[in-house]
Design a protein around this ligand. Sequence first.
Ligand code: 13P
Ligand code: SF4
Length: 304
Amino acid sequence: MLRDIQDEIIRIKKEKDICILAHSYQSEDILEVADFTGDSYALSVKATGISNKTIVMCGVRFMAETAKLLSPDKTVYLANPDAGCPMAEQFSKEYIANLRKEEYKDYAVVAYINTTTDLKTVCDVCVTSSSAVKIVKNMPEKDILFIPDCNLGAYVAEKCPEKNIKLLNGGCPVHAAITKEEALEAKAKHPEALLLVHPECKNEVTSLADFAGSTADIMNFAKSSDAKEFIIGTENSIVQHLQIMCPDKKFYAMSKNLICNDMKLTTLSDVYNTITGNGGEEIILSDDTIEKAVKCINKMIELG
Ligand code: 13P
Ligand code: SF4
């Protein structure tokens, strides 16, 4: 039955010239029908060079909007219209524009890609977790306001001591909720395992890790490492994906709470309904918004 739906999706997407992009946090059955899977940075880079006329994004809203910004001539759908990222909504465009005017006049504003398109229109450059350190180092400006994730921002600030980085109080509610105690408990339970964490976690957690990096960085580290056991400090779908990719290694979740409900919303049925014209949401952005917001995404690709 599952195989039947997957085969049908693969047949229809070819017939209709559709490219399915899926973030690595999606479920295995979706990754299997996708044309390309990866972390936020890889998905953005991929979205610049797609020849198909339609893109279906399996992930959250800002990812579909990023694909539309980079491929404005394509029809882009978000497979499940309810899948948002709570962090992306934390600061409004007006609030940041006002901060730029009042408090941080001469600062460059670096926005984590997990932001709304509207907010991107008043920022200078976007970053993803895998590209943030490199991009900030490559920027000519010394004074930087990093929004919205204060944990990723603090991680970047630690790696870029030459910069003056100011932070706001935003962040990923899923990663930031994990405590040092949970990390220590996981380490005590699996003393032989290496701890790999996402920099969206608090410093009290990343400082206990053997490695910190984006989703793709974590997966690549685990795949190429000689170690045999790993505690995964990011969304728990990655524990399962890695276990399937590396059957001779063992993967454990750092916490049972590392679950992004938004990323879990998209189902294989949503993908089927979207490509058959019975679901999903087409991403519509005005030309003016695209023109203003795409600048900081292009800058990210140029500097990253
Ligand atoms: P990356 O895909 O950049 O690792 O980010 C993880 C995440 O939280 C996506 O929303
Ligand atoms: Fe947003 Fe966090 Fe979910 Fe990523 S894991 S989509 S940052 S809430």
